[in-house]
Design a protein around this ligand. Structure first.
Ligand SMILES: Nc1nc2c(c(=O)[nH]1)N[C@H]1C(S)=C(S)[C@@H](COP(=O)(O)O)O[C@H]1N2
Ligand SMILES: [Mo]
Length: 361
């Protein structure tokens, strides 16, 4: 794990852990090893007593539930799903370089990882609680304390009922075949494939069926998108767009910006990701700043809910090169060309064409 000073903040509880893998090791494997999987926390990691732990399911339900971890395992259908998790702040650094952003972590391209998640469908738990399926939202609450004092609220967020009932949304107890590690929300988290990472609430202990989105500050203020014209001074948070699905994105992982390369065959590789509901269908790579393009090869068959790893080669003579990548998904969604058109003062969901400048000697 690489911890920069920027990624260390402190509360009265403990240091806030935020970390990502070294880029050399990013997206080398289709399933990310746990030690290379980014961690994004807004507060200290809570110490959870697994024996005393109970998940509460309440709100618009006919049979409110309090479940132990063992009951969650036993009462519902166990399944595994390989899915990519990506922070809404991934690639924020490029936005910051274009125009300053006060808030959030200046992530490079490393706030993304893919795991095999083990757990049970959220839908079955909602059905067991007799959830009113006409209710509009499902709210999640974590055990971590945002702020100081025992009455400080946990990190929370919500998704629409229609997404909550989809088979890919899971209550997760295992990651890559191991008990869910504490930094990733152990013993229990929700995983909402295709959505910004913030909806995959960690240290989950309460699920509430309700008609309004969560009133948690990470739903009402954080993780809202605004057009480039809105600033911290002019913002009315009530007008913001709550982030849900991630837009199509693609990133050059190797070589890295400002790398010095040997003339001849240059391998370019990276990842691409859509909203998960659509597979990536085409990845275009340029070595001349976007004037000419060639199609990259996929390193595995496209699949739903995961990233697409890709690679291509160029024959490059001495000189300066701007490598660029852009992708499409099967619904013909693609990426905007410029950072200017996606810049937003919170620094979310940057999916502009990704550019890397290299020197070939
Ligand atoms: N309880 C809780 N859940 C949380 C967070 C948090 O700070 N507290 N961070 C969210 C954000 S912003 C992201 S991107 C993902 C990151 O999951 P990971 O740390 O397992 O990669 O967790 C989400 N769930
Ligand atoms: Mo995030």
């Amino acid at each position: 794990m690489v911890l920069s000073d920027k990624h260390r903040e402190t509360t009265t509880y403990d240091a806030i852990l935020n970390a990502g893998p070294p880029i050399d090791l990013l997206a080398k494997d289709f399933v990310t090893p746990i030690e290379l999987f980014f961690v994004r926390n807004h507060a200290g990691i809570p110490q959870v007593d697994v024996d005393a732990f109970r998940l509460t399911v309440d709100g618009k339900v006919s049979k409110p539930l309090t479940l132990t971890l063992a009951e969650i395992r036993e009462k519902f259908t166990w399944k595994t799903l390989v899915a990519t998790m990506q922070c809404a702040g991934n690639r924020r650094k490029e936005l910051v370089n274009y125009h300053p952003i006060d808030d959030g972590l200046a992530w490079g391209i490393e706030a993304i990882g893919t795991a095999e998640w083990g757990g049970v469908p959220l839908r079955e738990v909602l059905e067991a609680a007799g959830a009113d399926l006409d209710a509009l939202h499902i709210a999640f609450l974590g055990l971590d304390k945002i702020g100081i004092g025992d009455d400080a609220p946990g990190f929370g967020g919500s998704i629409q009922m229609s997404k909550a009932l989809s088979s890919e949304v899971m209550l997760v107890l295992e990651m890559n075949g191991e008990p869910l590690p504490l930094p990733h929300g152990g013993p229990l988290r929700v995983v909402v494939p295709g959505y910004v990472g913030a909806r995959s609430v960690k240290w989950l202990h309460r699920i509430t069926v309700q008609d309004e989105p969560s009133d948690n500050k990470f739903q009402q203020i954080g993780y809202k998108l605004f057009p480039p014209s809105i600033s911290a001074e002019t913002v009315d948070y009530a007008q913001g767009m709550m982030l849900t699905k991630l837009p199509v994105n693609s990133v050059i992982v190797r070589p890295q910006d400002r790398n010095l390369l040997r003339a001849g065959k240059v391998v370019v590789e990276g990842y691409a990701m859509s909203d998960g509901e659509h597979e990536i269908s085409w990845i275009d790579v340029s070595a001349d700043g976007g004037q000419t393009w060639q199609r990259a090869d996929f390193l595995q068959a496209p699949q739903l809910w995961t990233w697409q790893l890709w690679r291509t080669e160029f024959e490059l003579a001495q000189g300066q090169y701007e490598l660029v990548v852009r992708a499409w998904d099967t619904a013909a969604n693609s990426q905007p060309e410029t950072i200017a058109s996606v810049w937003n003062f919170k620094g979310y969901v940057n999916n502009a064409w990704h550019r890397v400048n290299v020197t070939v000697k």
